[in-house]
Design a protein around this ligand. Structure first.
Ligand SMILES: *Cc1c(COP(=O)(O)O)cnc(C)c1O
Length: 768
């Protein structure tokens, strides 16, 4: 196969040629977006050459392939990562420079595909990068949401959500794979029929939605492997036919089409929270069924009907329980379509599916009302009930007479289908995402399952790709590391420990400081451009960036700032090292308290701004629209990384790792991967505070949480909290609730605020 070269001159020629062919323009005449398309298309040509070789190689070698099913992939922009992983970033940078194109500006032309909420989706994206970079054959499977996570604006100190229509200018990296389009069936009813003396189950009167796959190639760093991320898009099989015009059914037909296409319209914006909504269940089954049909089709091409080999050739990994319907769906395909018996199919499923749990919080554990599953997926529901019957029979032998325990472990109980139980019962691996989280799964969340099937449980701590979170986002630090220890760490990131001797090297530390300062200036420029915020790069940059959640305790951080403010205001001799607190966080649109916390942070910011002495030492900025692209500017500029979750609640965290990798000091609780970070860096190099996880869990069991005693005994905390309720901050928080007639100071004291433990949830743990 002839391959095109991608040296500097060929790259230039390709870009110029594409702008000419697509737009009939010269580079000078073309818009930034047109130039972006031409450059992306050139990078894509280079990827596609590898992609074809990689695909042929996989087909020949018939190696085992991982299918990573996730309802979210928070990929971030692709152009620079692709250049980097093709080991061509130097060639592209120089080529663009010679064409008079500013690469930094060009990269901003790419819309960020925000197909995820936070850590869970970003983990999936980091895995894709790593799988290709480790030459492991894999495919990511997800939904091609037309609208990703909302874009966030702060207006009058409050979050406003705007739609994220990221596909407006098309997606330069994807291509539709029409030949893999398949049908997804919903609804109907199941009939038992006999065919050649064999009992069979067929679903009748279902309705059909088509699933059209779009593949995005994921390049490995200097490897031959290119793996696809497959995004399924929903399409109605109905076409508007011209006759319906005459018959007046045009509107009805177009409504039906719209209904089908709603399935891949928008990403649910809840992080670590689910709602038992029909549309969400449809989304899950839609992409799971499409992915499984494809998996089986591919398997049969290579291995015929030898399904006993499926577990040797395929792993289906389900990222949290969202794709859990893969379990009954694989049973259905193996039995109803491929003719296997129950025992055979069930044994295959239990050797093929692996499950990762991401949280122990009750509100995130999915359960679907029985009538919803039965109506939408009648055959899957039957299969779930039969799996449940067999499971409970087995549990009865382990726990005779213990009905409560069995109900707690069942797949179907109290009119709900319990997804986590199904995933634990039916996969070969149940993974926790940090050592601590793995232990809590065994001792707490799935304790009863652990007693019956201990061999399944494992804990593989989450990770991040250093290619994006160091090499791509922090070129200054990357070059300093090259100069200090060479480039062995690029392929073996553990070798970053070779930097250890430089800890006391004055010249190294000087250079590190300079780089940090440059990164702070880069962030300052972003804040100025995006939202007109002016910050001083000589302040300490103290950052908390992650989804807004009570358990992540942005509130605790805010109260600490309020305490600092009070110290300044109440003592005119008080001084401190000037410190900028940056928050980046989206709140789920329906999460009222989270939105109130954003208001509190913004109110705090303006309160400090108004005080001539406080503003010299203290500043608060709320960075709008925290996403992967802004994380790539924010994190390299951070000197302090805030990881404050109530111990036991953050299963792992990956933000903590990104900050660490960019040389920020962590202040945090002994939660998730913070525990392992503290073991790696040593307790003298991390600021750990607060209750330990076992203490928190004991307090829950004993109902012994009493924040009021802290309120009563700690004067600074009391002062800060009273500010929140009755002072300027309280006024800001209550403004629109009390109507315009109310003047500051607002003496509106809602009784329940004092008695509700969650109001104080930010306090216990830090001072407890
Ligand atoms: C890494 C990342 C997260 C996860 O951060 P945590 O601190 O682990 O919750 C969320 N959002 C974005 C954009 C990220 O890059």
């Amino acid at each position: 196969m002839p391959t095109t070269k991608f040296d500097k001159e060929s790259i230039k020629k390709s870009i110029v040629g594409k702008v000419q062919r697509y737009n009939g323009l010269t580079i000078e005449e073309a818009t930034k977006q047109q130039v972006y398309r031409a450059v992306a298309s050139t990078v894509r040509d280079q990827i596609m050459q590898k992609y074809m070789v990689s695909r042929e190689e996989r087909k020949k070698s018939k190696k085992k392939r991982l299918y990573y099913l996730s309802v979210e992939f928070l990929m971030g922009r692709s152009m620079y990562t692709n250049m980097l992983n093709l080991v061509s970033s130097k060639e592209y940078t120089e080529a663009l420079q010679e064409l008079g194109i500013d690469i930094k500006e060009l990269l901003k032309e790419e819309p960020e595909p925000g197909l995820g909420n936070g850590g869970l989706g970003r983990l999936a994206a980091c895995f894709m990068d790593s799988l290709s970079s480790l030459d492991l054959p894999a495919m990511g499977c997800t939904i091609r949401y037309e609208y990703g996570l909302f874009r966030q604006k702060i207006v009058d100190g409050q979050q406003v959500e705007l739609p994220d229509s990221w596909l407006d200018n098309g997606n330069a990296w994807e291509s539709a794979v029409m030949q893999d389009t398949c049908e997804i069936h919903f609804g109907g009813h199941v009939e038992e029929v006999e065919i050649n003396g064999q009992k069979k189950y067929v679903t009748r009167d279902y309705y059909t939605v088509e699933a059209v796959p779009y593949d995005m190639p994921i390049v490995g760093y200097d490897t031959a492997t290119v793996n696809p991320l497959r995004m399924w898009s929903a399409r109605s099989p109905k076409k508007i036919d011209l006759n319906s015009f005459g018959e007046g059914r045009y509107i009805q037909a177009s409504e039906e089409i719209e209904l089908a296409e709603t399935i891949s319209k928008v990403l649910y914006p809840e992080d670590k929270h689910y709602e038992g909504k029909m549309l969400r269940l449809k989304q899950h089954y839609f992409f799971v069924s499409a992915s499984l049909q494809y998996i089986i089709k591919e398997f049969k091409k290579a291995f015929g009907n030898d399904f006993a080999r499926l577990p040797d050739k395929v792993v289906i990994h389900i990222n949290d329980t969202h794709p859990g319907m893969a379990i009954p769906e694989l049973m259905r395909i193996l039995m109803d379509e491929e003719g296997l018996g129950w025992d055979e199919a069930s044994a295959i499923v239990q050797k093929t599916v692996a499950y990762t749990n991401h949280t122990i919080m009750a509100e995130a554990l999915e359960k679907w009302p029985v009538n919803m599953v039965e109506n939408l997926l009648p055959r899957c529901y039957q299969i779930i009930c039969e799996m449940n019957r067999r499971l409970c029979e087995r549990l009865w032998n382990s726990f005779p007479g213990d009905w409560d325990r069995i109900a707690h472990m069942a797949l179907v109980s109290y009119d709900n289908v319990h997804m986590a139980n199904m995933c634990v019962a039916m996969s070969y691996s149940v993974n926790g995402v940090s050592q601590l989280h793995g232990e809590i799964l065994k001792s707490d969340t799935f304790h009863d399952y652990y007693k019956v099937m201990p061999e399944k449980f494992c804990a593989i701590t989450n990770g991040i790709t250093h290619r994006r979170w160091l090499m791509s986002c922090n070129p200054g630090l990357t070059n300093l590391i090259y100069d200090s220890i060479g480039d062995g760490w690029v392929r073996e990131p553990e070798r970053l420990s070779e930097l250890l001797p430089f800890a006391d090297d004055a010249a190294f530390r000087d250079k590190f400081d300079q780089i940090k300062h440059q990164n702070k200036e880069r962030l300052a420029a972003l804040l100025r451009e995006r939202q007109g915020a002016i910050v001083d790069p000589d302040f300490i940059f103290d950052v908390q960036a992650k989804r807004l959640h009570e358990y992540k305790r942005q509130m605790l951080n805010a109260l600490h700032i309020l305490v600092l403010y009070n110290r300044i205001v109440n003592d005119e001799n008080f001084t401190m090292e000037p410190r900028l607190f940056v928050f980046g966080a989206k709140a789920s649109p329906g999460y009222y308290r989270a939105k109130q916390i954003i208001r509190m942070i913004c109110a705090l910011s303006s309160l400090i701004e108004k005080h001539p002495r406080a503003r010299k030492m203290l500043q608060v900025v709320f960075l709008e629209n925290y996403d992967v692209s802004s994380a790539e500017v924010l994190i390299p500029a951070a000197e302090v990384s805030e990881q404050l979750s109530t111990a036991s609640k953050e299963a792992s965290g990956t933000g903590n790792m990104k900050f660490m990798m960019n040389g920020a000091v962590t202040i945090g609780t002994m939660d998730g991967a913070n525990v392992e970070i503290s073991e790696q860096v040593g307790m003298e190099n991390i600021y750990i505070f607060g209750m330990r996880s076992d203490t928190v869990l004991d307090m829950y069991r004993e109902h012994s949480y009493n924040p009021m005693s802290i309120f009563e005994s700690n004067q600074e905390i009391r002062l800060a909290l009273v500010d929140v309720v009755v002072g300027y901050i309280g006024f800001q928080l209550l403004k629109d609730r009390c109507g315009l007639g109310l003047s500051y100071p607002a003496l509106y004291l809602p009784e329940q605020h004092f008695s509700s433990p969650s109001f104080f949830s930010g306090i216990v743990g830090s001072y407890g």
